[in-house]
Structure formats: C-alpha cells, structure tokens
Design a protein around this ligand. Structure first.
Ligand code: HDD
Length: 715
C-alpha cells in the first residue's frame, strides 16, 4: 500500500497565501464606479475568500502537491486545481503597448483653480474648487515594458480625468511638438525607432541606422529632433517634467462660441534633467529609477503636482502666424500667447496593483467632454482612430471600458450589449432605440439629449473647402526649420552644447555614412554653427545643405523653452546622499539631515556596509551600500568621514567614482576636511559647488553648469 503523502509545511496554513490588504475586483455595476470594486479579500467574518479556493470557489486542500497516480507516478489530468492554476498563469501576459510600453501610473485629484466659463463649458472648469479624480501614466516611447527608465526618449504624459460629464483623456507628451505631421507616417516612425527588424536590437534607443535614416528623409521631424536631443529627453524624474496636449484643441462655451486652445502641465517642482553620462549610468544602477522615484515620493506623502495651463487664441491670431496651428510639429511661443493657469493636479495615491491599473489603463484621445473639441490637426485626427483600435488588441475585448480603471465614475447607459468578457447584467428587453416600451410600463432605457449631449463644433474655416477630397498638406506645413531654429537659439550655451553632443553621440552609432551626412545636411537648415559642430564631432566634412521645402524665417527666441533659464533652486523633492563610515560624527550627520529635510528634500545615508555601523555617538544603519548607491542616483552628495576611513576609501574605486561622477555631473559636493584626500584622488577641484558641509543650506541641490567646460568638451 502506498504511503500517505507527507503534507508540506504550508498545507495546513492556507491562510498564509492570503495576505491582508490583497485586493479583489468584482464586476462593475451599470454605474461603473470603480471605487466600489475595490474590496479587501477576507472582509467579513464568513468570507469564503479567507480560505484558499480555486476561481469557482472550491476550497483547496493542498497548494504544494499536484495529484498523482501513486507516490512516484504521473500527474492526473483530473487535477483541476493544478490545471486551473497553470492555465491562468500561462495567460497572465497581455500584448504590451506597441509604443509607450514602459510606464508608471498613479492616482490623484484635479482641482479647478480658475473658472473659465467664458471660454469653455467643460464642467470641470466652471467653478473654482471643483475637483475630480485622475489617473496618470508616464512612459517612455520606444522601449519594451521591461526596458530601463532613462534612455534618451520622449516621455508620455497621459492623464485621465474622471469628470462628472464623462472621462476626459489628455494623452500628451513632455515635449510640445511631434515628429510627424500626419498620422499616415506613424507606423513608419515607430518601426524606424524600435529595435531593427532583423537583429532585434537596440532596445529603447534611437541611436541606430533605421531611425536616423527615416529622420534624414523626413525634415518635418527636425523641430522635434531638437527637443529629443535636448535635456528634455533625459529627465531627472517624472515629477519634474512638463506635459503638453501637443495638438491645438478647441474650447466651446455655453453660447456655442469656439476658440483654439493648447494644454500645458507645469510641474510644481520645476523642470529638471540629468546629464547624458548620468542617464546612461543610472540605467545600470537602477533601471527602475523613475518608477521608484514616483512610487517612493507618493508613498512618503510628497505628492507631486502640476498646474494645468491653457494657451487660448482665436482664428485671427492663427491666421497671422508664420506657421499653421494645425501642424503638430509647431508650438506657440508663450511670449506670444501666455499660459494661463486654470487648475492643479496632485498625485496622491499609488496603485494597489500594477497590472490591474497601470497596465490595463486605456487612454483614448476620443475621450473628450462637452466644452472641449478636436481641431483638424491631421495627426490628431488619425489618433482618434488608433487608440480605440489598439485597446481591443491589447485588452482583448470591446468591453475594456468596464475594467475599473477605465470605467467612468459618472453613470453610463446605452444599448450596446454583450461581447467578450461582458460583466454588466442589463435588465429588461430594451436593447434597441427608438422603442415605446415605457408606454407599457417597462424600462425603455436612456435617450440622447440635444441640450446636454456632446455636440461637435461646426468649424468655420474659410480656408478649407470640404467638398474637395485631397491627399495633400496645407501650405505652411512645409516650413520645417523655423521653429527648430527658434528652439535651438532659445537654449543656453550649455544646453546648445548638449544638443550638439547628443547628435554626435547618436550619429556616431549610425553605420551608414550617407545617413549621417543627410541628417547633418538637414541640420544646416537649422543652424550652420550647430551643423559644423556635429560634423566636427563626427570627423566628417560638412555635407551639402539639404533642400528646404520652404525657406525658414527667423523667429524671436523664447526663454520659456530653456530648462536652465527657468531652473528653480528648490531642494523640494530632491534627494541628497550622505556618505559615512565607521567613526563618522553622528551629530554632524543628523544636523545635515535636518537641513535637507527642512528644505523639503530627502536625505539618503550611504556607507560601505548597511547593517549597522559604529559611529561617534551611536550606531547608524545606512539606507544604501556604497557600491549599490552610486552618486548618479542623487541630486547632490555630502560626505562626513574620519581621516582613517577617508584614507581607506581613497583606495576603493566605488568611493572615488562616487565623487568623480558627482563632480562630472555638475552636482553640489558638501564635504568635511577628512574627505579632501578622497576628492583629490577623484580629481575634484574647488568651485562654487564644492563646499564645506555647513554651506550646504545656501548652495543646495542646484547644478553648477559653470563647471561643465572643465569636465566635458563643449566645443
Ligand atoms: Fe500615441 C500610446 C502620446 C501620436 C498611436 N501615445 C500613447 C501614449 C501616449 C501617447 C502618452 C501612452 C498612453 C498610455 O500610457 O497608455 N501619441 C502621443 C502623442 C502623440 C501621439 C502626444 C502626438 C502628438 N499615437 C500618435 C499617433 C498614433 C498613436 C499619430 C497613431 C496614428 N499611441 C498610439 C497607440 C498607443 C499610443 C498605438 C499605444 C498604446 C495605446 O495607444 O494605448 O494607439
């Protein structure tokens, strides 16, 4: 007789598989209020979910062993517990987003801070103090879902506002313009930037042949290229990026009057970027740098916030500009139309479950509310089709709107029925309209309302003849370089040098000589000096200028386009590392920590060992070990050491590199006398950012760009 199988230790403790705080989602009701769907597993005394069950509620006796024919025999097909578990696991993954696959999300609230009923009837902008819940997903564009957070790339900035008149999705980026003018070119753009089709690399990088081949042949991309090669594309944190709706949209007020509008999100913490060398090193040190930063800030109660700004203008303004406001490769300088702040968004809650919320959230530019309308921007018009379509392929069903993160938080009723994964249970037989069932006392279902329903703004563009069907672009779209030049000339010297270096870096990875030459030939239309710098950096002769479809015009530079010209000296939201070791002075460490935290920053203790180090005045645990906490992960560094420890660390590559990098990345280095020997070894020279510990409060976490020519070739 076979022996009784030995139960594994966990067999009798199935409760251990159910952790408190685990969430379970139950089907939505017809009001689709996602919050009701968030229930803790195990709520209530008689909740059967307190026991481990299968998906149909059958209690499970053993979660360790599959059912076998005999102790050493094969597994039986009848083991429904095993089969269901493996079946579900096999299908856990869904297709990742074709673009913006890598992203991080958070919940929050939007509040109207300035009512603008004269401009729009959007319910959320009618009264100061009105709020609505939001969900935001930040992303990179090119990399896969498991790629790193800090490649040179555009960042997605997608906001879902759950308003009382339906969801409004503002699906934007951290750059106010785009690569292409017409949605027709989107698949080509994306194919060119993604890993190359035959070799399957590079991942999350634009520095390769196919991308630059496409770009060189698409001069309309040159404005966006200036942004993508600038520090905007290597942000320090999602909390420190701007967001842009990019397209020109339409505001419509109660009287039916329309004006054009562009949307901006301005980060309260200011805009900040990394340097390229830093971004590359962060990718290795912490591939989840931005995801962790966002999660930890919200977890600590440091809620990131953005002001919603609008640039509102009319047809008369639009007609006078040397660019077309329907062209998504153009921006409107803030000096011409100032950004008016009308609301604030604060992210105050992390997701409970990454897949259920961040992965399954579906943004749709078609989600707009009465008071906001589309414009005829041909890129926007194409997006209006693409997003609905992609959700079916990603989420597998037309009923993706019922997933709690996507469902509106206001009532929704219609006659759409059935489909895969239908979770609603409509009652009655009114699934068509018109019907007269109400006359027989039955529920006849909802009806459209000409007054309250969404109505499309009747565009009165005199320059457009809607009776003609044409595959062409409007005339001014042919100006590809004026605003690229405007952006470049609006940057500081350092920022211009960063653009030049980024172009050299990217084009150095291009293996096709003619592709390099063509791109530099395009750059000559933006700025001759920039083209010469790039050609010199590549060690190639200056190629012939590419022919411009329309001669560029000189536009007045705009200071608002530079990060450095608008840099904020705040320590809010910044992270400072304090290096210590055995024997360090705890009182000095505590004092510095108080300065950092008092100014809204976070202090992070770094030491050669983490567990607990004897210091002068007690024992101190480190937050991170030196080799695993390189200085690239921090906004500034400080060091409090004994002579003996500083000497020992001067022999450690990780310690020397720590200071070398902090210096090279133009960061503040606050140090005591003992650390000087370590700084000497690292080649750190005295300047306004290399300071004594007690000066840290005055200098803070700002970058010291004046140092840059000493550490990098800015030619
Ligand atoms: Fe797009 C995702 C932003 C042009 C087609 N896009 C996506 C996301 C953002 C943007 C932030 C990620 C949303 C999320 O977090 O789930 N896209 C933009 C901006 C554009 C733009 C600012 C130009 C101004 N996109 C664009 C075009 C097309 C698409 C022209 C197609 C014609 N975008 C998509 C998509 C994605 C997407 C394939 C992939 C996943 C998704 O939609 O939900 O449909």
């Amino acid at each position: 007789m076979a022996k009784k199988p030995t139960p594994s230790p966990a067999t009798d403790h199935t409760l251990r598989d159910h952790q408190p705080g685990e969430r379970q989602i139950t089907p939505t009701d017809s009001r689709g209020n996602g919050d009701e769907l968030h229930q803790d597993v195990g709520d209530g005394v008689a909740d059967p979910a307190a026991y481990l069950t299968d998906n149909f509620g059958h209690r499970i006796s053993d979660n360790q062993n599959s059912l076998r024919a005999g102790e050493r025999g094969p597994t039986l097909l009848e083991d429904f517990v095993l089969r269901e578990k493996i079946f579900h696991f096999d299908h856990e993954r869904i297709p990742e987003r074709i673009v913006h696959a890598r992203g991080s999300g958070a919940h929050g609230v939007f509040e109207c801070t300035k009512a603008i009923p004269g401009l729009t009837k959007a319910s959320i902008l009618q009264k100061e103090g009105v709020t609505c819940p939001v969900f935001v997903r930040f992303s990179t564009v090119a990399g896969g879902a498991g790629s790193v957070d800090t490649p040179r790339d555009v960042r997605g900035f997608a906001v879902k506002l759950y308003t009382d008149s339906g969801n409004w999705d503002l699906v934007g980026n951290n750059i106010p313009v785009f690569f292409i003018q017409d949605a027709m070119k989107f698949p080509d753009l994306v194919h060119s930037v993604k890993m190359e089709a035959d070799r399957g690399y590079p991942q999350a990088a634009s520095a390769h042949d196919t991308f630059w081949d496409f770009i060189g042949l698409m001069p309309e991309a040159m404005h966006m290229i200036m942004w993508a090669m600038s520090d905007r594309a290597i942000p320090r944190s999602f909390r420190m990026i701007e967001g842009f709706g990019v397209h020109t949209f339409r505001f419509v007020n109660e009287k039916g009057e329309g004006k054009f509008v562009k949307f901006h999100w301005k980060p309260v913490l200011g805009i900040q970027s990394t340097t390229w060398d830093e971004a590359v090193k962060i990718a290795g040190a912490d591939p989840d740098f931005h995801r962790r930063d966002l999660f930890e800030a919200i977890d600590a109660g440091d809620f990131p916030a953005w002001d919603l700004g609008v640039q509102v203008f009319d047809e008369a303004f639009a007609e006078k500009q040397p660019y077309d406001v329907l062209d998504a490769t153009k921006l409107i300088p803030e000096e011409d139309i100032p950004v008016e702040i009308v609301g604030r968004m604060t992210l105050n809650r992390n997701v409970d479950n990454f897949f259920a919320e961040t992965e399954q959230v579906a943004f749709l530019p078609t989600n707009i509310i009465p008071g906001i309308d589309f414009s005829n921007d041909p890129l926007l018009q194409g997006r209006l089709f693409s997003y609905l379509d992609t959700q079916k392929s990603r989420l597998g069903t037309t009923n993706f709107h019922q997933i709690p993160i996507n469902a509106p938080k206001c009532p929704f009723h219609n006659f759409q029925r059935d489909g895969m994964m239908q979770t609603l249970v409509p009652t009655g037989r009114a699934n068509y309209e018109p019907n007269s069932l109400a006359e027989a006392g039955e529920n006849g279902g909802p009806r459209a309302s000409a007054e309250a329903g969404f109505t499309t703004f009747a565009t009165n563009d005199e320059r457009n003849d809607p009776t003609q069907k044409l595959r062409i672009r409007a005339e001014l779209f042919a100006d590809h370089f004026s605003q690229a030049r405007l952006f470049y000339l609006s940057q500081t010297e350092n920022e211009q040098a960063h653009i030049a270096s980024a172009l050299v870096f990217e084009l150095s990875k291009v293996t096709l000589d003619h592709v390099r030459a063509r791109v530099v030939g395009q750059v000559r239309n933006i700025d001759e000096d920039l083209a010469k710098r790039v050609a010199a950096g590549l060690a190639i002769d200056l190629p012939a200028k590419e022919k411009a479809a329309r001669a560029p015009v000189d536009l007045k530079p705009s200071d608002a386009l530079s990060i450095q010209k608008n840099a904020d000296d705040t320590m809010e939201g910044r992270k400072v590392a304090i290096l210590f070791a055995e024997g360090s002075d705890k009182a000095a460490i505590d004092k510095l920590k108080a300065v950092i935290e008092g100014a809204g920053g976070t202090a992070f203790l770094v030491a050669p060992k983490v567990g607990g180090i004897k210091v002068k005045g007690g024992t101190l645990k480190a937050d991170g070990q030196l080799a695993g906490s390189p200085s690239v992960l921090f906004d500034a560094v400080a060091s409090i050491l004994t002579d003996e420890q500083a000497k020992a660390l001067s022999e450690q590559g990780a310690a020397v590199q720590w200071f070398m990098d902090a210096f090279g990345h133009c960061k503040t280095i606050a140090h005591d006398d003992a650390t000087q020997q370590l700084l000497d070894k690292a080649g750190v020279e005295k300047d306004g950012g290399v300071i004594a510990i007690d000066k840290f409060a005055d200098v803070g976490t700002r970058r010291h760009w004046a140092r840059e020519p000493k550490v990098r070739d800015l030619a």
